[in-house]
Design a protein around this ligand. Structure first.
Ligand SMILES: *Cc1c(COP(=O)(O)O)cnc(C)c1O
Length: 401
């Protein structure tokens, strides 16, 4: 199977690594193979034909059977591999399946896994339910543990799952320190990099072995498709691909096309999301009802030093904590919003606001903040419209108290 990045000017002779903007616009497509059409089209197909007995015995064709991928899925994988500085990447049907396959590629019965207490909740449910049922011990660690992870390592620990910043609560994780502790104990470090995208953080360069993305969010960018990716180092790759193949995960050419299409504009979308989310976070920090803004790009964030050290920009998503108030205030805040809408997921062009309940999802480092937590995704509407919507919502919140 060809793994060369498909880039129309790869014969140019220059050895300079192209910029991320150029990778996003040129990799993963080869118009010469497509009658000159710019984009790799949607390949739909299960059966791939062989001409001779010798061909089917050799198994050397670029594509053997549709479930193992097609040119459209490869067009996404080539781009993400390059952006993450990975050995290879696999496209999966959802972000959650990327997490589950990544974990299964590191673990077997009798092993132990350490999961950040700030992990995306369905991944946590998979660990507590499915992995525990396979006889794997599942333990949670304080997202801010850093080098202290070494003390939690057991001889049976084979995987550490990190997510930086954490879903809902936005703690940053010291990835190089976690990688050192994991590797010293013979475990692999998996990092969920959905928030920053590879434009603003490349965990493999910081020591991670596997990087997962909810491609559904920033890669697709338009709230209209599901996808996930796993990128891995050369050492970790064979286990990823063996487990993906064994479990039968496949992403259709139709969905892959939407991911490839989204990726073409990822750089300009992330630049815009970065500016907007920081500007909105700074504005919210000045509002009287807001007791805390959980955004790692703000100097007030406890992990801001890690943001400055490791990240080159921020994602669209952050949380705000509002002064304690009853449920009626939360309803008054949410139910009459005009621009922000309420729903799961994020990463599209439209702004979202979600009430957050942490409850029993925190075990290693229980959530003790007073007040009501809301997660915001800042989309591409007019900033003044968004601020007016939030200002009115906060006024209703205070009034209903
Ligand atoms: C949404 C999300 C996922 C899961 O992605 P799906 O495509 O919805 O399965 C994983 N990790 C993070 C951080 C997410 O926000």
């Amino acid at each position: 199977m060809s793994r060369e990045p498909m880039m129309n000017d790869e014969q140019s002779g220059s050895t300079q690594r192209p910029s991320v903007e150029t990778i996003l616009t040129h990799y993963g497509r080869n118009p010469e193979d497509q009658f000159g059409f710019v984009n790799t089209p949607v390949y739909r197909g299960s059966t791939v034909l062989f001409k001779t007995l010798a061909d089917i015995e050799a198994q050397e064709q670029r594509f053997l059977y549709g479930r193992a991928g097609n040119p459209t899925t490869e067009s996404v994988e080539a781009v993400v591999t390059e952006l993450e500085g990975a050995y290879r990447t696999r496209l999966l049907p959802s972000g959650l399946s990327a997490i589950t396959v990544a974990l299964l590629s590191c673990l077997k019965g009798g092993d132990d896994v350490l999961v950040t207490d700030s992990a995306y909740e369905p991944g946590r449910k998979f660990a507590d339910g499915f992995l525990a049922r396979m006889g794997i011990s599942v333990r949670y660690y304080d997202p801010r543990i850093g080098a202290g992870l070494a003390e939690l390592m057991r001889p049976s620990t084979r995987a550490v799952l990190a997510e930086s910043p954490g879903s809902l609560t936005f703690e940053l994780q010291d990835i190089p320190a976690l990688a050192d502790a994991a590797h010293a104990g013979g475990a692999r470090l998996i990092v969920d990099n959905s928030w920053a995208s590879p434009l603003f953080l490349q965990p493999i360069k910081l020591g991670a072995d596997l990087v997962v993305h909810a491609g559904t969010k920033m890669f697709v960018g338009h709230s209209d498709a599901f996808a996930g990716t796993i990128s891995a180092t050369e050492e970790a790759w064979p286990d990823v691909e063996a487990n993906r193949a064994a479990l039968g995960f496949f992403t259709s050419g139709d969905d892959a096309f939407l991911v490839a299409r989204g990726l073409r504009t990822l750089a300009i979308r992330m630049k815009e999301h970065n500016e907007r989310s920081v500007a909105m976070a700074q504005w919210l920090e000045q509002q009287p009802e807001v007791t805390k803004v959980l955004h790692p790009a703000l100097p007030s964030h406890p992990d801001h030093w890690l943001f400055k050290r490791d990240f080159t920009g921020s994602g669209s998503l952050f949380s705000i904590l509002l002064a304690p108030a009853p449920r009626a205030s939360v309803a008054a805040f949410l139910d009459q919003m005009r621009i922000f809408t309420m729903g799961y997921s994020w990463g599209g062009y439209e702004s979202l606001c979600l009430p957050v309940k942490l409850g029993k999802n925190r075990t290693a480092r229980p959530w003790t903040e007073e007040g009501n937590l809301f997660r915001l995704h800042i989309g591409f509407e007019g900033m003044e419209d968004l601020k007016a919507d939030l200002a009115d919502a906060m006024a209703r919140y205070a009034e209903a108290r």
